[in-house]
Design a protein around this ligand. Structure first.
Ligand SMILES: Cc1cc2nc3c(=O)[nH]c(=O)nc-3n(C[C@H](O)[C@H](O)[C@H](O)COP(=O)(O)O)c2cc1C
Length: 209
């Protein structure tokens, strides 16, 4: 069975972002996909300090929150959904600190794990935030699942989001598309293996060094 991890970057366990993610969870279950929804936004998550510890030890130097635990779950998952409220036209600070450390500290291959970003805003800054989150996937060889609109809901409270019928429809269609992709990639990995990747080149400078 395919498995997907969903991260809620909002400080609120039952807020707008959670409402969008829970709509996806319901659909994933209809599609026989296993889910784990992890609440990140209520933790005190510090930012990356670029210390290089993870390069030598394969995990983040800080054990003060969920990063190292989620890393283990992410490694065995087929997909990752990142949900965030929009704060000043960006994803919120907690989820960005978390993602910087999660993606930078893990060396396992994320190739062909499916990614999806979901944002919740009251009024604006949604697509800018969506772009930021998608960049974690697209630097990691992760195909991005899409839907019938950009993956966003609107509201200030969970009740508002429940009235955003197109937003919820977008979440259901996203979960269906993502389920299809995860199942297809599980089969394809077995049939063809993962595509080869080159890693030798690391930035070219004019003198060739
Ligand atoms: C610090 C802060 C900044 C915000 N900035 C924006 C913004 O730039 N654009 C917007 O539409 N809503 C903004 N909001 C509102 C939230 O993004 C919006 O209500 C969101 O749906 C809340 O999701 P949640 O209930 O999952 O936390 C902001 C809220 C906070 C607390």
């Amino acid at each position: 069975m395919a498995k997907v991890i969903l991260l809620n970057g909002s400080p609120k366990a039952g807020g707008c972002t959670a409402t969008a993610l829970n709509e996806m969870v319901k659909t994933f279950h209809e599609e026989d996909v296993e889910t784990e929804l992890i609440h990140v936004g209520n933790k005190a998550v510090r930012g990356c300090i670029s210390c290089g510890y993870c390069g030598k030890n394969g995990k983040c130097v800080f054990n003060d929150d969920l990063v190292n635990e989620v890393a283990v779950k992410f490694e065995s998952a087929d997909g990752l959904v990142i949900g965030s409220p929009v704060y000043y036209a960006s994803p919120n600070g907690t989820i960005l600190s978390f993602l910087d450390r999660l993606f930078y500290s893990t060396s396992f291959s994320k190739q062909m794990k499916v990614g999806a970003a979901v944002v919740s805003c009251r009024r604006g800054g949604n697509t800018a935030s969506f772009d930021v989150l998608n960049k974690y996937f697209t630097i990691s060889s992760m195909p991005v699942a899409s839907s019938t609109y950009w993956n966003q809901v609107h509201g200030f409270t969970a009740e508002d989001v429940k009235k955003d019928l197109e937003g919820l429809q977008t979440m259901r269609n996203l979960a269906r598309n993502m389920s299809f992709m995860m199942k297809a990639f599980v089969d394809a990995k077995e049939k063809y293996g993962l595509p080869a990747q080159e890693r030798e080149a690391f930035t070219s400078f004019p003198d060739g060094k």
